[in-house]
Ligand binder design. Structure first.
Ligand code: FAD
Ligand code: SF4
Length: 470
């Protein structure tokens, strides 16, 4: 290879192969197909091995990124995954869904040139390699401490807290409201972005290490936090997420064919719509679908609707493209699959037929004014710009709130004005002695890795508490 070619070769980020858009828009299989070992080594070779790597600061759980990348470069794949496991229990998940562009990759010095190292892709490669080869995280032989911890909620926050506490010898029981553990990883993020068997593997590995999981248990209703203490638990961690959907509160919202993204995606994921048409999942299959909102949840809903046979799917968003909160990769994938974006547009009324079914929406055009409290420019309606669009399914993905079921039934648990639990950011301690909280129920909707970080900090604090209260 000539000198210049070699330099260019080294500069180019190795793209991960993907299913073709025209084919994948009608199936639920994973879109990015993963690196081959050769691709992973080539991408790892681009890493500059900075002396003070800022990518590590960008990772909420501080994975030693240069070290694991160097191991991949040296083809020591089994050592690379062990290096990642030192800090992250769910690398196959994070490699796939972390917003790397705002986290580790966003801090990579090569970002300035628009070609950061594909840290997420490499993390996924190492994790998938370990799964394929049956390499497991070694669980140290521990002397049981005799302490019992109840974990409420089995999302990334709860799973991480459980794993870290078990690693210290504490006995852990996870209580989960739904019939399957995994939180949003299982019922929110679709199969084509995060295959469910990856999450199932992680949960099974926790069970093999001794975690008990009690599904179909709604803490706050089936059992209260006080009753858990009466049953002999020494500490409780609350990681119940923020799964209460928000609605538009505009006329016509009760029409048949309008539903929250939460319900839509939960039906799709937990009732195995990804095995469509073998599974006849009870889910509306619209022909002309409107999705309100522009975050990851909206992209996931729109792409699911497309896979269920929609002719048109439109993302309707009141701000402009720049403000869309979804990951850049998800927006790109959605567009490639034929999803349209109706930007600077806000629905003001849903339109129904004489049977009470939605047939369209009246919308108004928006323009951007001065920045609001969030720092984003406030969308302002343009008078007289109303217009109608037709649709037979509307999926509302404009955010979620804290579900008050557990928090209201727990006396003395301090909440902020939005109903989220007040917890110390460094330790996760709440206003009740012996009760910790972390993840979306504290921060509001955030990210998988942030929830994991909160679970880890709480586990550390719970361990200290259990050690000094024995
Ligand atoms: P959750 O994952 O919400 O888990 C909470 C669990 O607690 C649930 O299983 C719930 O059933 C259970 N529970 C609730 N109440 C009770 C109760 N009373 N008793 C017992 N159990 C209870 N983040 C990213 O980083 N990247 C992405 O690409 C991304 N995409 C997303 C797509 C969708 C559709 C959604 C909804 C979210 C997405 N997120 C993404 C956000 C991310 O998934 C969440 O921030 C993260 O899952 C929060 O973790 P958690 O453990 O706090 O809560
Ligand atoms: Fe980046 Fe997320 Fe992996 Fe950390 S866990 S290195 S932020 S992809």
């Amino acid at each position: 290879m000539a000198g210049n070619e070699a330099v260019t070769e080294k500069k180019t980020r190795v793209a991960m192969p993907e299913q073709e858009p025209d084919y994948r828009r009608r199936n639920f299989e994973e879109v990015p197909l993963g690196y081959t070992p050769e691709m992973a080594v080539k991408e790892a070779s681009r890493c500059l091995q900075c002396k003070s790597p800022s990518c590590v600061e960008g990772c909420p759980v501080e994975i030693d990124i240069p070290a694991f990348i160097q191991l991949i470069k040296e083809e020591k794949f089994d050592e690379a995954i062990k290096k990642i496991w030192e800090k992250n229990r769910l690398p196959a998940v994070c490699g796939r869904v972390c917003p790397q562009e705002n986290q580790c990759e966003g801090r990579c010095v090569l970002m300035k040139k628009g070609r950061p190292i594909a840290i997420g892709n490499l993390e996924r490669f190492a994790a998938d390699f370990a799964r394929e080869k049956g390499i497991e995280e070694a669980s140290p032989r521990l002397v049981p401490t005799g302490k019992k911890v109840a974990i409420v909620g089995s999302g990334p926050a709860g799973l991480t807290a459980a794993a870290d506490l078990m690693a210290k010898g504490h006995q852990v029981t996870i209580f989960e409201a739904l019939h399957k553990p995994g939180g949003v990883l299982v019922y929110g993020i679709p199969e084509f972005r995060l295959p469910k068997d990856i999450v199932a593997d992680e949960v099974e590995s926790l069970e093999r290490q001794g975690a008990e999981i009690e599904c179909n248990t709604v803490v706050g209703r089936t059992v209260t936090i006080n009753e858990l203490f009466e049953e002999g638990y020494d500490a409780v961690f609350i990681g119940v997420g923020a799964g209460l959907p928000k609605f538009m509160n505009i006329p016509g919202e009760n029409l048949v064919g309008i539903m929250s993204a939460n319900e839509y995606l939960t039906r799709a994921n937990l009732m195995k719509v990804y095995l469509f048409p073998e599974y006849d999942t009870p889910i509306p299959k619209g022909k002309n679908v409107a999705v309100l909102g522009a975050g990851n949840v909206a992209m996931d809903s729109g792409r699911t609707a497309m896979r269920l046979g929609a002719d048109t799917v439109r993302i309707v968003y009141r701000r402009s493209r720049e403000e869309m909160p979804a990951r850049a990769a998800e927006i790109h994938h959605a567009e490639e699959e034929g999803i349209e974006f109706l930007l600077l547009t806000n629905p003001i009324r849903f339109l129904g037929d004489d049977r009470g079914r939605v047939v369209g929406m009246e919308c108004i055009k928006m323009e951007l004014g001065e920045p609001d409290a969030s720092g984003r420019r406030r969308p302002v309606a343009i008078e007289g710009s109303e217009f109608e669009i037709s649709c037979d399914l509307v999926i509302i993905a404009v955010g979620t709130d804290a579900n008050p079921l557990l928090t209201r039934s727990t006396e003395g648990l301090k909440l902020n004005k939005w109903g989220y639990i007040e917890a110390d950011p460094d330790t996760g301690k709440t206003s009740i002695e012996g009760v910790w909280a972390g993840g979306d129920i504290v921060t509001g909707s955030a990210t998988v890795i942030q929830a994991m970080g909160a679970g880890r900090r709480a586990a550390r604090s719970i361990h200290e508490y259990l050690t000094h209260n024995s």
